[in-house]
Write a protein that binds this ligand. Structure first.
Ligand code: UD1
Length: 342
């Protein structure tokens, strides 16, 4: 029997890539998404890639009654990957209650459903944002977490705690928190990718939109940081590599290979690239010249962070494989397809 995996937020950026990888690994997938930041067309494109349309239900998991009703009809779910969340850092500062309610209550409703309907396994989407600006680089899974810079970041930290405390209290639960570094790029088919609403806040979507002529100029936020070229450094990971790590995490839970009830893994490449290296890397990978200017630092940004991937590599047997230029080219191919550029 094929195992059924619930992917919340499965029409979103990382979620959709993960649905494809799960299907290609032989799982059947049910997606729950409220479509607040994605659209139904994504299901068509997933189906084009994998040959299978995932089951789909549209509702918000912060609604306890709807979540309970869903689980009561889907008691055969073997494991859950919980992506669904609000994720705009700036917006979270303006409407914190929305972020806390949406992101915390949805996880609690899912955990209630797991307990009531005996579904043990959960993979939770966390973020390297929980490390803040680390005192030592690269960051390992035991690098101390710091106070969050934003309500969004705090929801990741608190949700990790909710999961850990619940697993401690209810031994039938098992969970893995995956701390993503900076996911970028798109599926090599260019059928799914990142489609931000409005002006992109993240670097690579802004770059691809600028290259497509939708934005006039890229602002590089700061060139006076303590880094080799003065711009800030991040660990950019290909979204397909990231999606594959979720399949490995699911298999780890289903095969009882996890060492503790609650585990944490960093998902990055181990390489740090500066903003200017990304800009020039994009130009090199695509042959498209970018118009950029250096502006002031962005409030709340950290200077530099990249992952120590040795624990994830060893324990999960997983490694990010795709290089930066290939990944930037995939982001461009996706943007071109969305905008109808040849
Ligand atoms: C941000 C969030 C992080 C979140 C992630 C998911 C912060 C502090 N962190 O990561 O918590 O999980 O998004 O979406 O907001 N940059 C420019 N010009 C631009 C856009 C970005 O120079 O137009 C720079 C930024 O200053 C940063 C780097 O590019 O140095 C990456 O920025 P971004 O893609 O927004 O990701 P993070 O800020 O690392």
């Amino acid at each position: 029997m094929t195992k059924k995996i619930l992917v919340t937020g499965g029409t979103g950026y990382i979620g959709s890539h993960t649905v494809v990888e799960l299907q290609q690994a032989g799982y059947s997938v049910v997606v729950v998404d409220d479509l607040s930041n994605s659209s139904l067309d994504v299901l068509d494109n997933i189906e084009q890639i994998s040959g299978t349309r995932p089951a789909f239900e549209q509702f918000n998991l912060a609604d306890a009654a709807q979540t309970d009703d869903f689980f009561s009809r889907n008691q055969d779910i073997a494991a859950i990957i919980h992506f669904a969340a609000s994720k705009a850092v700036g917006e979270s500062v303006k409407i914190p209650l929305h972020y806390y309610r949406n992101n915390l209550v949805s996880l609690m409703n899912i955990l209630d459903g797991q307990l009531k309907y005996n579904i043990s396994n959960l993979v939770f989407s966390s973020s390297c944002t929980v490390y803040g600006q680390p005192d030592k680089l690269p960051v390992t899974e035991s690098t101390p977490r710091k106070d969050a810079e934003s309500p969004y970041g705090n929801t990741k930290r608190v949700n990790e705690d909710i999961l850990q405390d619940s697993i401690k209290a209810y031994p039938q639960l098992k969970g893995i928190a995956l701390r993503y570094f900076n996911p970028i790029g798109a599926h090599p088919s260019a059928l799914i990718g990142e489609l931000p609403l409005g002006v992109p806040q993240n670097l690579v979507p802004f770059i691809t939109q600028a290259a497509a002529g939708l934005r006039e100029q890229i602002s590089v936020f700061g060139d006076d940081y303590d880094t080799p070229d003065g711009s800030a450094i991040r660990d950019y990971i290909n979204v397909v590599d990231l999606a594959k790590a979720h399949v490995v995490a699911i298999e780890r839970l289903l095969q009882n290979k996890n060492k503790a009830g609650y585990e944490v893994f960093n998902l990055g490449t181990g390489n740090g690239y500066s903003v200017l290296e990304i800009v020039h890397g994009f130009e090199k990978a695509t042959g498209v010249k970018l118009n950029y200017k250096i502006v002031g630092r962005r409030a709340g940004d950290i200077v530099k962070i990249w992952a120590d991937t040795s624990y994830a590599n060893k324990e999960l047997g997983w490694k990010a494989e795709k290089g930066l230029e290939e990944t930037l080219l995939s982001a461009w191919n996706w943007e071109k397809r969305v905008r109808g550029i040849n």
